[in-house]
Design a protein around this ligand. Sequence first.
Ligand code: ADP
Ligand code: ADP
Length: 227
Amino acid sequence: PQLLRLDGVTVRFGNSGRPALDAVDLDVAAHEIVCVLGPSGSGKSTLLRVVAGLQQADAGRVLLEGREQGGVPTHRRGVGLMFQDHQLFPQRDVAGNVAFGLRMRGSARADRERTVAGLLDLVGLPGAQRRAVASLSGGEQQRVALARALAPSPRLLMLDEPLGQLDRGLRERLVVELRRLFRELGTTVLAVTHDQGEAFALADRVVVMQDGRIAQTGTPLEVWQRP
Ligand code: ADP
Ligand code: ADP
């Protein structure tokens, strides 16, 4: 079943020039890992923002599990977001960051603590609950941001240049871990990156964007073979 469907989604900034998204159609199946690849300015972030409800579409529809999302606010859409500048709360410790979305939902403290411990194990930071965010390396902070995004069990996890700030060696290792983790959890992922290697290593399917349109879509191998 399709988890996400974009149907002719157009987003225009100002009224001149080409739209940032130009009648985009896109389906993402449950449990699928889709990477949107494309140069800067091709519309990748706008695509994520429109799915999250942070940006309104001028035309077209965004459907999650078959339901139109028109005026549904971000926190009601069941989407998790992780941005490049992960924006952790510096004054909260690791657990306070990871538990943030759970507290917003009013889940009980004992449940939160269990969930946080499980997520920190998953992302490779077991026992880090009481560490200060500022004492963590870039890669560790990225893992905390990932745990925070996963905490409310989003039906769709969206990643915007998730490893962009990290050095290449670390990125190559993390991307393999991420893929294994998402596969294990059955997470449906829509990630955007301008890094071809990252997209190919992470994705079941790659969507190539150019000038606000989908120029190409296929498995990493298919996209690799007809560049
Ligand atoms: P990408 O994420 O691929 O770099 P974006 O989605 O950020 O691309 O941008 C797509 C196009 O929309 C670009 O031409 C960009 O300049 C334009 N754009 C994005 N956000 C805004 C905005 N808030 N106001 C005006 N133009 C914008
Ligand atoms: P507050 O004191 O801000 O009203 P809490 O009593 O929930 O809220 O949080 C107190 C401490 O417990 C904070 O250090 C916070 O980081 C930590 N904490 C909150 N949620 C969890 C959790 N799920 N697991 C572990 N520690 C948590």
